[in-house]
Write a protein that binds this ligand. Sequence first.
Ligand SMILES: [Zn+2]
Length: 245
Amino acid sequence: MILKTPAIVLKTIDFRETSRIAIFFTQDHGKVSGLLKGIRKDPKKFGSSLERFSVNDIVFYQYRNSDLHLVSQCDMKEYFYAIRQDMSKFLAASYVAELVQAIMPNEEKNLLVFQLMLDFLKSLSSKTEIHSLVHAFQIKILLYSGFRPHLDTCLKCKKKIQAKAKFSLKDGGLICLQCPTFNTEVYMISPGTVASILHVERSEWVSVLKLRLTESVKRELKYVLNNFLVFHLGRQLQSVKYLKR
Ligand SMILES: [Zn+2]
């Protein structure tokens, strides 16, 4: 079957002598791996250099018995020049591309995640508050991929959380100070941080951009979100290094 869809490049890998494999997050088919035959021998064969996180219209032949499909056309629509001019922005976009590749299953359509990535890349091009954007992206992708942490009530006694509480990576959410946590890695998290996460989950991307985070909330978000993602994925992402700054 021949399919056409807008697609964001997550990663490319050289394949054999002259070809390249690209992993895309597509609008209509989710995460798709495609083979671009001969692209390294004849770069003009496709209307795209397949730069990471560029947006392209792709045409591919979908094989039934393989996860790797044959891409026959690839035309660049958006390059995000401003992101490539700025090292911090470039690293943030690289992290997001790696996160989407790690967290999303193959060939499952998820329009919310596709739109989230586009919104993130457009905002990153024009904004300077990079860390808040990355945190908003992390919160949204956890929600849209079904990994949302449990934050509304205590996981043990089910009471509503209104004060400082313990965030348990293993249990995937909050445990109140009255309930015991044995042999479990926990991190103290303030009501302000919980409120920020819930706000981002509920809001449209444009409202998320207006959110101002205090330094202590940013610190807690960074710890909780990064570690929660590592716990879920079972590994640290390579490009997460920049988040340590
Ligand atoms: Zn409790």
